[in-house]
Design a protein around this ligand. Structure first.
Ligand code: ATP
Ligand code: LTN
Length: 367
């Protein structure tokens, strides 16, 4: 393998481009067309929020048929913070149900759970050796999650988290990683690690790029528009969960903080209103300027009320489907088992290639 071209067809003979682990006919004109390989994931640390939906999931669904898509429930990442094992199991099933409920097509996408594909942790160990402590220590997510904490008690997993994420991405010869703004830095680290590894050991990995949505890349907390909406926030009033009932959604939006003044405008000195307008724009498809015109002369309360209806209506069909998938664990397991099998078909050769390059593949027979 040494010295071969970085073209993925050469690098990963068991999984040529367009081959989707045995699902599409690899010789069909559609499969032969060069589509970018897309990989992304969400950690099952809790029920997903409207921020996860607008910043990530919605864009995965919209773009799925133009790409070669792989989406993972990244449960190995979730254990970098303390989490009850039973809760982790439930959240894992729930996140997978959400993937299906928002419209990811399991016939087209590879959908799987990270811990079912041991190549992820296998490659992460290899990448540990070409990632620097300084790089990890500089990551803003690490700094945010350890702020006000004694570093003595912070898990090494939390520091090494971006290495596992790089492994996720690189295992699949990924071209594009659709994520919210907060994950851009991690994808950039992944690029640096891939370029470094390729430089040291020969072309091995495809260098991916982050894809950040134009609208909704950073949905803010409802109680503090300077912080991103996150499922790990201890204040439930700060986020809308994808499973929140309509009356809770309306109430949370009615209580959302606003800015001084009365004008409904997405201005720099109106971060709370700008956030509500961003959510409205993302879900309605209307430009922010159009919404500003529509709300000219109206009060903040009008926007909040309309937004409550819009969010509730958007989530209603999704919630019904989440409940259906959660009630049928056998169907969910079948989909995820098949996804894991397809994923391993691609990840296995990539890990073997990386191990060969770095010298862990030691046999003279080249096995
Ligand atoms: P946690 O609170 O456990 O750190 P989180 O809610 O921030 O989790 P992640 O699982 O880290 O969510 O993120 C999953 C995806 O959702 C990522 O692509 C991330 O960029 C995106 N995302 C998360 N929160 C937001 C947000 N507030 N706005 C836009 N995108 C978001
Ligand atoms: N760190 C990401 C989740 C994640 C991910 C990935 C996203 C883990 N591995 C690979 C894209 C590609 C987060 O959203 N917190």
């Amino acid at each position: 393998m040494r010295g071969e071209s970085p073209d993925r067809r050469v690098l990963a003979p068991a999984a040529p481009r367009g081959d989707k682990g045995g699902v599409t006919d690899a010789t069909s004109p559609e499969a032969l067309k060069k589509r970018p390989r897309v990989f992304s994931g969400v950690q099952p640390t809790g029920t997903l929020t409207l921020g996860n939906y607008v910043g990530a999931l919605r864009n995965w669904v919209q773009g799925q048929h133009d790409v070669d898509p792989i989406f993972c429930v990244v449960n190995d990442h979730a254990i970098t913070v303390r989490i009850d094992p039973e809760e982790l199991r439930r959240n894992t099933r729930e996140v997978a149900s959400v993937y299906l409920a928002v419209g990811l097509d399991p016939e087209h996408c590879i959908l799987f759970v990270q811990s079912d594909v041991p190549e992820h942790t296998g490659l992460a160990w290899v990448l540990n050796s070409v990632t620097y402590y300084g790089e990890l220590h500089r990551m803003t997510q690490f700094k945010d999650k350890t702020a006000k904490k004694q570093l003595e008690g912070v898990s090494a997993g939390l520091l090494n988290y971006p290495i596992l994420m790089a492994a996720d991405i690189l295992l699949y010869d990924t071209d594009e990683v659709p994520v919210g703004e907060d994950q851009k830095q991690h994808v950039e680290l992944c690029r640096d690690v891939a370029i470094r590894f390729n430089g040291l050991f020969g072309e091995t990995f495809v260098v991916p790029k982050p894809v950040i949505p134009k609208i909704g890349a950073r949905i803010m907390s409802l109680d503090d528009p300077t912080k991103k909406m996150a499922k790990s926030n201890p204040n439930p009033g700060s986020y809308i969960l994808l499973t929140d009932p309509p009356d809770v959604i309306r109430k949370k939006l009615a209580r959302a903080v606003t800015d001084s003044g009365t004008e409904i405008k997405a201005a720099a000195d109106k971060p709370a209103i700008a956030n509500l307008l961003t959510i409205a724009s993302a879900l309605s498809g209307k430009a922010i300027a159009t919404l500003e015109d529509e709300y000219a002369g109206k009060m903040y309360g009008h926007l909040k009320k309309d937004l409550g209806e819009l969010v509730a209506e958007t989530l209603r069909p999704i919630q019904e489907k989440i409940a259906t998938y959660m009630a049928d664990p056998a169907q969910l397991e079948a989909i995820l088992d098949r996804g894991a099998e397809r994923a391993r078909h691609i990840a296995g050769p990539t890990l073997a290639r990386a191990k060969q390059r770095i010298g862990l593949g030691w046999r003279q027979s080249g096995r």
